[in-house]
Design a protein. Structure first.
Ligand code: NDP
Ligand code: OXD
Length: 315
């Protein structure tokens, strides 16, 4: 006799998207029962939650939960649930697709700042022939905060372009072509003289608000800051002040305290800020679905997967 199907509840903030993901995962997991979280028929049967920004208490209603899947690399949106069931493993969604997209985004925006495109475009708007000469990348110190899946590949990409590339992580790391720094003791040496800073840290108690006035003051004067990790890493007013004083010349922001960024937010029209709508490395649903289905199958068969996050560490 066939046993009861493995059951999965899916939540994304839009009901339409939840349904799309259910349909897709249902096709990729034949024989499994995949339901949108808002329409679960029997909460006591749910074994897996697949979520992006779940609401507080959503996951606590499932007593038999074996694992939670984050539809994304970050797990901060899962840990933000104050009623999150403790000790349920959290699976990250990572892969070469995500790292490739992030390295493209980082290369694009670092090169754009390096070659001073905002000023070139401002000159073009005034029909001005303004031959801005910048040093070669080899004489430009760039820093990548976080040397995990994304930060490591981003740093390697920048090193490959010839930049004097530095990286910073919690523990000592070795990345070819990159000068690595670690922990609070390595922080100041990492920042000193950095002209373009890229944030790819996870959002944790230790990293919240790390992009603040004290950090900006340690960078080279006129530095550029790229935040592609999480909005709450940045103290917004400190950035606005640093841009006004010239300590920071330009910023590219992909992530914000509130998303979507409200239409009246001053960042939209700030002349020194480039806003992108959390697309640095947004996984497309078909690719994400394949990765998640494979992880669910492996977890169901073996009780673990390589892409487990550490909830206590926060990433
Ligand atoms: P990983 O978990 O693979 O890597 C995290 C890195 O940050 C590690 O190198 C870790 O150090 C380091 N780190 C963590 N805490 C500290 C700390 N307190 N001090 C110094 N270093 C620290 O993460 P990913 O690379 O996969 O992703 C990073 C973040 O990027 C995600 O958490 C998410 O928020 C964001 N993201 C944004 C996307 C976008 O489209 N904008 C898309 C995907 C992710 P160690 O190596 O020592 O553990
Ligand atoms: C992620 C993201 O965490 O897209 O994957 O932000």
């Amino acid at each position: 006799m066939k046993g009861s199907p493995v059951t999965v509840a899916v939540y994304l903030p839009s009901e339409e998207k939840s349904q799309d993901w259910c349909n897709m995962l249902g096709e990729l997991l034949p024989g499994w029962k995949v339901e949108p979280m808002h329409a679960v028929s029997d909460p006591s049967a749910i074994e897996y939650g697949v979520v992006w920004r779940p609401k507080t208490g959503d996951l606590a209603q499932f007593p038999k939960l074996k694992a939670i899947v984050s539809i994304g690399a970050g797990i901060d949106h899962v840990l933000a649930d104050a009623a999150l069931p403790q000790d349920v493993p959290i699976i990250r969604t990572v892969g070469t697709d995500l790292t490739q997209r992030m390295r493209e985004y980082v290369a694009l925006h670092v090169l754009r700042h390096h070659r001073n495109m905002p000023d070139i475009l401002a000159s073009q708007a005034k029909s001005e022939w303004n031959q801005i000469v910048v040093p070669p990348a080899t004489r430009r110190k760039v820093g990548v905060m976080g040397l995990g899946n994304l930060g490591k590949v981003a740093a390697q990409t920048l090193a490959g372009l010839g930049f004097d590339t530095h990286g910073w992580a919690r523990s000592p790391r070795e990345v070819g072509g990159v000068t690595c720094h670690a922990g609070t003791e390595g922080f100041d040496a990492f920042l000193e003289g950095t002209e373009i800073l890229v944030n790819l840290l996870p959002l944790t108690g230790e990293t919240r608000g790390i992009l603040n006035a004290s950090l900006f003051n340690k960078l080279a004067r006129g530095a550029c800051v790229i935040n592609a990790a999480r909005g709450p890493h940045l103290v917004d007013q400190d950035l606005v002040d640093a841009l006004a004083s010239g300590q920071v010349a330009q910023a590219t922001l992909d992530v914000f305290h509130v998303e979507p960024l409200p239409s009246d937010h001053p960042f939209w029209s700030h002349p020194q800020i480039t806003v992108t709508p959390h697309i640095a490395s947004m996984i497309d649903a078909p690719t994400g679905g394949q990765i998640i289905a494979a992880n669910l199958r492996q977890f169901e068969a073996e009780g673990s997967v390589p892409d487990l996050a550490d909830a206590r560490r926060g990433y």
